[in-house]
Design a protein around this ligand. Structure first.
Ligand SMILES: *[C@@H]1O[C@H](CO)[C@@H](O)[C@H](O)[C@H]1NC(C)=O
Length: 400
């Protein structure tokens, strides 16, 4: 069942009030200023939730926590730094969207949350030189911070750490090679799509949070560079990265690269008012649907329902969920009912596939969504987190 939508700061009663407002302009005018949200960033955190999908999300999240989460270390058994960060982000995304507090202590018990709460933490050591991992951690810390703020709690430690990590990533931009871009790692061997897509998103949405024009300038600089980098191919999809001679290296068009560019462009669009950035985002989103789907369901090139074939590695197992999550973030920021409607049925297909084809009897979600598992689906904390993200995005923006 779908409930009526509520927008952050605008509970249903206020939405109705706003409808009424158009008929009673003079009468309600004195209340208008009270309707303006005061929280930043200007993102829709709460809206229509498809209750059935939300229930599936909660079931997967509970199983993920009971099966894989190690409360002593704050890590997931079989997880990794950046995939754990995304899982923690997903749980907070779920709580923000639904109003539930079921996972309220995960922020401070998670490995990255503990590190953020410890003022002596050396983030460079934790990041191990990985600039894309750093970007994912900033996103997770911001989501924890948003959740804490929404519940009236202090979030400064999470924001402070996010800001420190952002500065570390910014220091990895280099104009000398390929005319710009953030290096994938501090080894300075590779400039790739994901690291720079994340930097675009962090810079633009960071500006929406803190108003710091350095962030905005970084976002503009990054899109100017990305859009000329040649990493988006003629089909509209981002390949993995650049060769040593700064050409598109033709490597795999992973699904996550097609999602994070969209959320980054939507954030820059909000920051600048330039709606053409949404058109750019949708070129890639639509190409994903057209070219990286089987049965209208996302399929990573390494996904194989039949056992014995190719296998997605530990990182790749999370990618499809990242595409859905960043489509959610895209729609959050685009804040446009026509755009939301455009992607609703595709998101509904994903959550349905995760439920019908991906989920085991014990409520773990496997890697393969596009067809029933015939022995090729892998079950890990990453694949469950990926499925969770698909449910959460579809609960918010899918048809019900
Ligand atoms: C979304 O758009 C509506 C209508 O244009 C506007 O009233 C509302 O403030 C916007 N919400 C956000 C979070 O930007």
């Amino acid at each position: 069942m779908c409930n009526k939508e509520t927008i952050v700061g605008h509970p249903l009663s206020l939405k109705l009030l706003m409808l009424f407002f158009s008929y009673s302009f003079v009468l309600l005018l004195p209340f208008a200023s009270a309707l303006v949200p005061t929280t930043s960033p200007p993102v829709i955190e709460k809206r229509a939730q498809c209750q059935a999908t939300l229930n599936n999300a909660l079931i997967v999240a509970r199983r993920l926590q009971s099966h894989y989460f190690n409360a002593a270390t704050g890590q997931y058994t079989g997880g990794s730094l950046w995939t754990d960060a995304n899982t923690v982000e997903d749980l907070h995304n779920l709580m923000l969207a639904t109003g539930t507090d079921e996972f309220s202590t995960i922020g401070e018990t998670s490995f990255i949350g503990r590190a953020a709460l410890n003022s002596g933490t050396n983030w460079q050591n934790i990041l191990g030189g990985s600039n894309d991992d750093a970007g994912w951690i900033v996103l997770a810390l911001w989501k924890i911070a948003d959740y804490k703020a929404s519940r009236g709690k202090d979030n400064s430690a999470y924001l402070n750490s996010a800001s420190k990590i952002y500065d570390i990533i910014s220091g990895q931009w280099d104009d000398a090679i390929c005319g710009g871009g953030v290096w994938w790692s501090t080894a300075h061997t590779y400039k790739n799509a994901i690291t720079n897509e994340l930097y675009l998103l962090l810079s633009a949405s960071g500006y929406l949070r803190n108003g710091n024009t350095n962030y905005l300038n970084n976002a503009k600089k990054t899109w100017a560079w990305l859009s000329k980098s040649g990493m988006r191919n003629s089909a509209g999809l981002y390949n993995d990265g650049l060769t040593d001679s700064c050409q598109n290296n033709g490597q795999t068009t992973w699904t996550y690269n097609q999602g994070v560019i969209a959320s980054g462009l939507a954030a820059l669009s909000v920051a600048t008012g330039d709606k053409s950035l949404l058109t750019q985002a949708e070129i890639t989103l639509d190409a994903t649907i057209a070219r990286l789907s089987t049965n209208n369901i996302l399929r990573e090139s390494c996904d194989n329902a039949v056992g014995g074939g190719s296998v997605c590695n530990q990182d790749q197992q999370l990618f499809k969920g990242l595409w859905t999550k960043h489509l959610q973030y895209y729609l959050d920021m685009a804040n446009d009912s026509a755009r939301t409607a455009k992607y609703a049925s595709y998101l509904a297909s994903q959550t349905s596939a995760v439920f019908h084809f991906g989920t085991s009897a014990s409520n773990d979600v496997g890697s393969v969504w596009y067809a029933p598992d015939q022995g090729g689906s892998i079950f890990t904390p990453k694949t469950s987190a990926s499925g969770l993200a698909a449910h959460v995005a579809a609960a918010k923006y899918g048809t019900c």
